[in-house]
Design a protein around this ligand. Sequence first.
Ligand SMILES: Cc1ncc(COP(=O)(O)O)c(C=O)c1O
Length: 450
Amino acid sequence: MPTPKYHAIASDLSQTILTGQLAAGDKLPPHRVLAKRLGVTTGTVSRAYASLERRGLATARVGDGTYVRHLNAATNQDGSTNANAPIDLAYNVAVPNDESVALLGVFDQLRQDPNRLAELLLYQPETGVKRHRMIGADWLRTFGTSGDWNRVMVTHGAQHALAGVLRTIARPGDTLLTESLTYPGLLSLARSLRLQVIGVAMDDEGLQPDALDRAAQTFQGKLLFCSPTLHNPTTSTMSSARREAIAAVVQRRNLLLMEDVVHAAVLANPPPAISTLLPNHSFLMASMSKVFAPGLRVGFLEASPAWLDKVAASIRADCWMVAPLMPEIATQWLANGEAQRLIGLQRAHIAERQQLAHRILSGLGYRWRPDHPHLWLPLPEIWTSSSFAAALRQVGVLVRTADQFVAGRTPAPRAIRISLNSAGTLDQLTQGLTKVLALLASRDSGTLPH
Ligand SMILES: Cc1ncc(COP(=O)(O)O)c(C=O)c1O
């Protein structure tokens, strides 16, 4: 039997909502307008909207229209707890720890040092305060880098570094090579800069050197974005042989490497960055977001001083410089050992949540790595990643679909990403994972357990 028209329209719209192309609070087109646009009756559109409401994706306001619902509203607008809020296994965050207490410690310290406080309120060089760069460079040595502060600048997180670098080295129409599944923040940046994104085949270790070599040749690519350690979303991590092979292709094809070690920052001993093999052809981007507070917006970018000057010019055009108070907080924590303590606590949270996940989901063949809060879960053939996420959403659980990470025209695999850190409590995490298991167990996608 052919799929009813309203059903197809509702599926398209739910996909648009679940992939974030329509945001919470956005108004859907009036029934008559959409009906005209799609060449269907207003009754068909009404049935499609009603179906979205049943799935919890939209809400109709009488006399006003239909709006996209908040997908992870844990609190109501008046601040009260929403008992019906979905369990969030989607958001990619660190588990909050003692950051607010540690923050008060920094403020106490600054209160006793008015000169330093005054300095932080002044304009600073675009590359950042020298003291912050020195501490950042020292921390980046965890990834095998030189520790030379001249090669390091401060950014407002890795996304800011990525934007500064891409605006410096890419022009509209340029080809950007990356893993076939990649960080969505890169995809939105590439869209805004009108770059052509080419997804390169991956295996269990991540980016494949042969495929990279072919893609660089075929598409005349000059830029490569790559996360060799704890790749988002697949968790894959390269061996040292793979890193060397990728570095060799970068050199042979004269590529510029943008290496993301944002998730690797949680590891006590991360593998050496590929960038260490390519000191003049790489940009290494690290951040504090996944190890303690993303709201600090602190990241460090390492590259050759000549490249850093160019990126700094782009940042100057944006906002003059990074606000110095934020790196002051992060670098005080790095210098006095607080950062290492917070990162240790983060690893303990992740280990606890991983154990819980293993108890509930063991045998499902998902990919995971120690010290990493993501699971990459392949799905049986009756599901696509978005139909599974939509069905999970119906039973009150949010996850990320493979489609959200797809680079270029690569087909989306049947898989979802589960973030273990975003559920507020272990009890919520247990409930969420149990619902994932129950949905997988209900072989018939038509009968959904609640
Ligand atoms: C792989 C990867 N890179 C970069 C970022 C952005 O990090 P930041 O908060 O430092 O901008 C994220 C955030 O989700 C990420 O997953």
